[in-house]
Design a protein around this ligand. Sequence first.
Ligand code: PMV
Length: 339
Amino acid sequence: MSADASQKVMVASAQACSNIALVKYWGKRDVALNLPVSGSLSIALEALSTRTRMEFNADLTQDTLALGGAAPVAAPARVSTCLDLLRAQAGVRWRARIDSVNNFPTGAGLASSASGYAALVLAAAAALGLPQDRRALSRIARQGSGSAARSIFGGFVEMTAGVRSDGEDAVARPLLEPAAWPLEVVVAITAQEAKAVGSGAGMEISRRTSPFYAAWLAAGEDDLAAARAAVLARDFAALSRVSEHSCLKMHGVMLSSEPALVYWNGATVAAIQRIRALREQQGLAVFFTVDAGPQVKAICGPGAAGAVAQALRAVAGVQAVTMSGLGEGARLLASEADA
Ligand code: PMV
């Protein structure tokens, strides 16, 4: 953080990794507070990250966001909601200028909101001189995007849905450090454009219309328990089973919504089939997951990522392949030159 009273600015920068859920949440128990209806379990992705510079400035009249070097625009309401919570704690009213850069496509199912809000709240807390309590920051990041609560932490992370109506217990916690089980992820990009229906709107459509929604929720706690146990035991086969099942059940809910939410394209299906064949026919330690978008993420046991990446590159319709290790939690950048 750097504060200069004479210049009336407070500045800090932070970086956060994206994450992908192995046990998904899809639905809210409170839309206004952005409370997930069920818990989730994710891994942080080292190679997909957001860097954000926050500047609170006495002369600004509104919060603005400049994404990827573009001209600043009015910040989305959820950004200001997160900043208001931090401003209230710090007793500061200054508006902020946010400069944020993703090193991957935005809004295409690669969880740019997760890394984005996690970097935002950490940088903002530091700029405002607030303590960087990770649980508290996770709770605030959740108000931006549910998955962002998880990106405050690194490695394997569990998000609890909580039961309190004020959402104080809807918070993420770290389960296992990345080095304790160094899985790798191969991301197959099958389309670059932003998705047609965002996750928040999609979840509401599913809650209102999918005949499978209740069954999906009923299984959530069991899936979470199975995945948590698999992570703590480093049991790759057990984690594969529960993760693929959670993913396909979520897409079953999406597909059975009205209007239907079809996030996949042909290459998504082809990549999934290739991953299943790599495991079942070639014995590779790999399983897939897909979020609210067309990209396929192959989670690989130690040593399998090279062969998986090569196989996915050869799938028709796969435009690019990115490899990632597991990432650390959100961190401050020492100087603005790092941002
Ligand atoms: O919290 P959001 O708005 O980023 O939505 C997350 C939705 C999924 O990625 C499909 C599931 C999840 O648990 O991350």
